[in-house]
Design a protein around this ligand. Sequence first.
Ligand SMILES: *Cc1c(COP(=O)(O)O)cnc(C)c1O
Length: 707
Amino acid sequence: MDKLIPKLQQLTQNLWWTWKPEVRTIFRDLDLNLYHKVHQNPMSLLKQIEPAELDQRAADVDIPARADRAMRQLHEYLTPVTTWGLTHAGAMRSRPVAYFCMEFGIHESLPIYSGGLGILAGDHLKSASDLGVPLVGVGLLYRQGYTSQLLDANLWQQDVVEPFDIADLPLVQAVDRHGEPVQVSVELPGRKVAASVMEVQVGRVRLILLDTRVKPNSPEDASLAARLYGGDQRMRIQQELLLGVGGARALRALGISASVFHLNEGHSAFALLERARYRIQEDGMDPHQALQEVASTSVFTTHTPVDAGHDRFPAELAAEHLMPLAEAMKLPLEEILGLGRVNPDDHGSPFLPTVLALKLSRRANGVSALHGVVSRKMWNHLWPGPVEAVPIGHVTNGVHLPTWLATEMNHLYEEHLGVAYQCSLTRPDMWTKIQDVSSAEIWETKQVLKARMMRFIRKRAADMRERLGLPEIIPAPLDPEALTIGFARRFVPYKRPDLLFSDLDRLDRLVNDPGRPVNLIFAGRAHPADNAGKGLIQKVVRITEDPRFRHRILFVENYNIHVGRVLYQGIDAWLNNPQRPLEACGTSGMKVVLNGGLHISVRDGWWAEAYDGENGFAIGTGEVHADQAIQDERDAEELFRVLEDEVVPMYYENRNSAGVPRCWVDQIKRSIRTLAWRFNADRMVQDYVEHLYLPAAIGSSCQMPPP
Ligand SMILES: *Cc1c(COP(=O)(O)O)cnc(C)c1O
């Protein structure tokens, strides 16, 4: 046994284990309760578990043999003979893509993410790793740790921060060619802020994280990167400078010569100025030529069609912070500020990192076909002329299948699509084999996952009720036989988590039909500063306390990767009813589809291009009324109609002698066959490589003229 701990510790050092279910279960099987208590962090688990307990458990569940196998698999993964990336992106091998993002959601044990943007970035890294695409992630290390959502007695969201030990993360100090630890610094008003460069291994991909808790920094600067999206505008612009400028400097200090900078959202836009500064100051390049070169080798992805979703820094704040860069770039400050203004000559107008990123990246994209259309319209004024000529394309998001897929579904796919099916996720012909799987097998698999989800949320709900002193629910909540629909995402008004509550009597008839009952499960957080979002949570939870709904509608606290995974895997159907076209893409529904659930959604984001009439359900036609109140009313009416006339009958009718709903399962098969190959992150990363990274790597200017 003495060699077991070092071996397990070694496994924790590459986050590869997070998307290998058979490796995840090694840690889980050591001590299930402790594993969840420590946020599924195996390093904490190995530290806290009693040695005698570890020996006993290890022997009981064959840990040594499983660990040996995992080590061999990891070694094979890290030393591939061939990969998609070697064949298709070999040109970038010595000069990888640098992928910048403010947050990375890779696993619940690494708390440097907040929501969808971070999860997408995590999935991007994992698929780049699986495909062998040369890519380095660049982000910030937030030390605040895990934040749990707990409701108080007023059903108001509290964000509880739990202390955690950064030593329990698989981080190592990044070193330069000579083995020396790398530190960078960034000029901020009146001082320089230092950051040490840490790194974490995500399969074959390195993720570099800047940490400001280092020696020469003042206490304020040391906590500059303590919290994601915390603080005021001043802190925000400083964090963004740290990420962009510091990140670009870190790459250089590590000897990484990136061929392409990919900015995932505008937060890292200052990286482009730093890129140009280096060429001007160190290589003596002409400033305007340097800006041209940076633009031709940079890719920018915008994520939000909501105006308030774009940072907007007051002119003075921007001027104060961009002065050192402007000087070093040998350009007038006004010219640099103009790059972030909608109208460069409009002195005093705010500075938008999104505008800077659009002007300094020749290739830009939205995250679904519809979002591409909306983004071109939104930024048309930057390129006066016909809207179709605005140089913003789209790459629709996708999800990393191994991260989100239930083990049981993986077995089903391995059996019917082939053991190596994960190597061909983007091939439509492979997925057609799902048609030949017996309906009973799909249905039974789903029932196993649903039972697991039910157990999990009942326990969560019981814990919450006990804490708040709420009465026990009698009869027990959530009839396991009932059609169960989920809604989990950030609580913000445009996502309309309360749309179904616009007519409580109709909702009562819908969920309490004795022959065709419906369960509804809600989960989601509001941003800590968003009282409107918190109000929506309160409203939803209050309604769940109505005696008519208590045993049918539940709110699950603390939505995060773990809670999400359980819901996506177990749910029968997933509800998405945002105000069109404000959901840029949305990805949770894709995770549900992979696990044999059906998507019920407004034709927005990915669903506008994915829905074909028979692979799920659509709410509304996609037309939008100018008056939002009228649109809300129409959508609510349509939502009820789709549930009453389409979803519920399909679930309960046409069952065979074994109780399998034939049409429902046919729909599941069709949904997997038509959607799985497109809406996964391998396809997304391949699209980025072929349409954006490779052309940018050679600096081709054929596609998009600069504004
Ligand atoms: C997938 C995911 C999201 C993003 O889902 P949307 O549909 O874009 O809201 C957010 N949070 C978690 C935990 C997720 O797993």
